[in-house]
Design a protein around this ligand. Sequence first.
Ligand SMILES: Cc1ncc(COP(=O)(O)O)c(C=O)c1O
Length: 418
Amino acid sequence: MNSAEKLNDTLERHHPAAHACLSQRGRRLFFPMGIPAQAGQAKEASINATIGQLTDGAGHAMAPAAICQHLEGITPEEATLYAPQGGNKALRAAWKERIQQSEAAPTSSPFCTVGLTHGLKLVADLFVDEDTEVLLPEPGWGNYDLIFGTSCGGNIIRYPVFDGHHFRQDAMRLALSKIKTKGVLVLNFPGNPTGYTPSADELRPWLEAIRESPKPIVVVCDDAYTGFVYEEDRITQSPFHDLAGCNPEKILPVKIDGATKELVFFGARVGFVTFGATGPAADALELKMKGAARASVSSAPAISQSIVLSALQNPALDAQIDKIRNVILHRYEALKTALDTANIAYFPFNSGFFTLIPVQCDPEELRLKLLKDGIGVVSFARFNAIRIAYSSARAEDLPLLVETLSKHISVDKDPALH
Ligand SMILES: Cc1ncc(COP(=O)(O)O)c(C=O)c1O
């Protein structure tokens, strides 16, 4: 048995759903006993002549002052030497502590990726073949199509998040029934571009349908916007935690999250992939992820991992993020008030960074008209809508945005959409 076959065998015994869902590429993947692995083993050696980086021979960095002069609060070693494959160990432990829910089932150690997009792509590499059904939310983030469809060739099936103004509670059972042999399901709350998070009651039928999925599935919970929820009756924890203890014959839950939005550190490119699996299954998945990452970006940037770790260790972090969230909350309220005053219909929104406005006209033409008036929004031809990212506009500018918008659209007074 070669290394990949051994991992496949471990998954078959310890996590049948993960094994059943592996793509052809996922089956081939393993982490070779190459330079990073051998260097990792030699970390404590008195003479470590393994890795191709420059040190003083005692583990200290030799980076030029022109680089190190920008560092404050992190050492040249933390910033300029390679981080381990899969991420800085202390950071992984700190992130695990952050996402761990007291009553929830145990999980794997979060695997550090180069932003969430990279995490989604690694998961797609492991689990998506040309005939794999990939269930995507509609409306949903466009990059899912590029990752799961264009790049990995999955068979995209869209499931509706809304019917008019309501969360579509029966959408999941129907969507799951379309999976022929194995599938990948993407959940995204708060959603992009919807800005929607369901209540626990709304989500319940989706969770029931997932638990009763007729075919093995990987459930990818894209939790990019964790924490940015503005209404009290909405779920505050990821569906990942509801699914983490699910039957491993049927379901592999995966959590994708990171510093990008959650810690308001967009340029850091620090994301995480955490599996609802433990023990030998989690170890096998980790080695496959390491193989996939090693073949693409290799290790993730050390400097931003060190900054995120230091932030997580800072007791002031949560209060600072709360303060930022309150600024966005204020924008959310300002936008809602302006839309209601102008009587403009919108899909329900209560969280995240966006609202999606359905329009009767061509959304791209509308976008260009707004641009001429000095207002940038995003158009979506497929959903006949425009997206307003109130996350990046001042609250006091939002009434003008809405006023300008209402001049260009025949105001949609569809009562179903308020
Ligand atoms: C739903 C969702 N997932 C993932 C991402 C990607 O995050 P990152 O920039 O860390 O790759 C985004 C970014 O817009 C997003 O909206």
